[in-house]
Design a protein around this ligand. Structure first.
Ligand code: SIN
Length: 289
């Protein structure tokens, strides 16, 4: 074990998800043991917050590669010369912020990202927290008959409602500083199991979210809408949620296979700026009965 590795400390948040990781300097290439420790902390806690990191965009991209390889984030304009990095920005005069709805990142892709990295460059003195809901617990806490039914279902995901031409973000993009690139391609559909098996832990997680899941595959619309509405409520019940308070220099990493998240919009008149990357994932696999 190296000196750096010995100092790495994981402190659970005490909530349904989340841990703080200290004793690691992300401005250097991680040792293999350090990268493994971060992945283990993510497997155990689903979201990790690493405070007081002074990192460059090169460092952020290198860390993304060390966690599995960078991937594109569709429909949001990347930084100039950084096709894998997006800026999440709210200016003091903006009424709307980005990601102010419960979702799992890019669940509309055939292989959604395993992790998302979000690094805080500037944040308001209070507010602007991100909420994370534990989707293992969301599944565990459903009624047994519903759990059993969900294990056999597939759900259709699409970015159309959010990023499609004429979709929600297209209509409000003049009120947002995060640069959205609406497209007809966002209307493509992708089917995933309603309950997925986490590739590292083997645990079943509910894989349904309000922004991208459009229907239960093969179900009649009103029946599908009813089930999705019920799951939308139960999957983000406050008993499942951990709230991350940001400070400049905090890097958060979350596991998209087992969480949903929501960015609060409660800091009118202040600026908040983040940069974000995605780690390549694999096609979600159905959890077993
Ligand atoms: C996101 O969903 O990537 C953004 C979350 C945030 O800004 O807190």
């Amino acid at each position: 074990m190296t000196a750096t590795r010995e100092k790495l400390k994981v402190t659970p948040s005490g909530g349904p998800a989340g841990a703080y990781v200290t004793g690691i300097d992300l401005s250097h290439t991680l040792e293999a043991e350090e990268a493994a420790a971060l992945k283990q902390a993510l497997a155990d806690h689903l979201v990790i917050a690493l405070p007081d990191q002074a990192i460059s965009l090169d460092d952020l991209e290198r860390l993304t590669d060390q966690l599995g390889g960078r991937d594109i984030t569709p429909f949001v304009k990347p930084l100039a010369d950084r096709p894998y990095v997006i800026r999440i920005l709210k200016e003091p005069q903006d009424k709307l912020n980005f990601a102010n709805a419960w979702h799992t990142d890019l669940s509309y892709l055939p292989a959604p990202p395993s992790y998302t990295l979000l690094y805080c460059l500037e944040c308001p003195p209070t507010g602007g927290d991100t909420l994370f809901a534990n989707q293992y617990r969301a599944f565990e806490t459903l009624a047994p008959d519903l759990r059993e039914e969900l294990l056999g279902l597939d759900a259709v995901h699409s970015a159309g409602m959010a990023y499609g031409d004429g979709g929600y973000l297209d209509r409000v993009k003049h009120m947002l500083s995060t640069e959205i690139e609406p497209s007809k391609d966002a209307r493509r559909e992708q089917i995933h199991p309603a309950v997925v098996s986490h590739p590292d832990t083997g645990n079943p997680a509910l894989y349904i979210n309000q922004v991208y899941t459009t229907r239960i595959d093969g179900w009649e619309k009103s029946q599908s809408d009813d089930l999705l509405a019920r799951l939308a409520k139960q999957s983000v019940d406050e008993s499942l949620v951990w709230r991350l308070k940001w400070a400049k220099g905090t890097l958060a990493i979350w596991d998209n296979r087992a969480t949903q998240h929501f960015a609060m919009n409660d800091y009118q008149g202040y600026r908040r700026e983040m940069v974000r990357t995605s780690v390549k994932g694999a096609a979600p696999k159905r959890a077993k009965f």
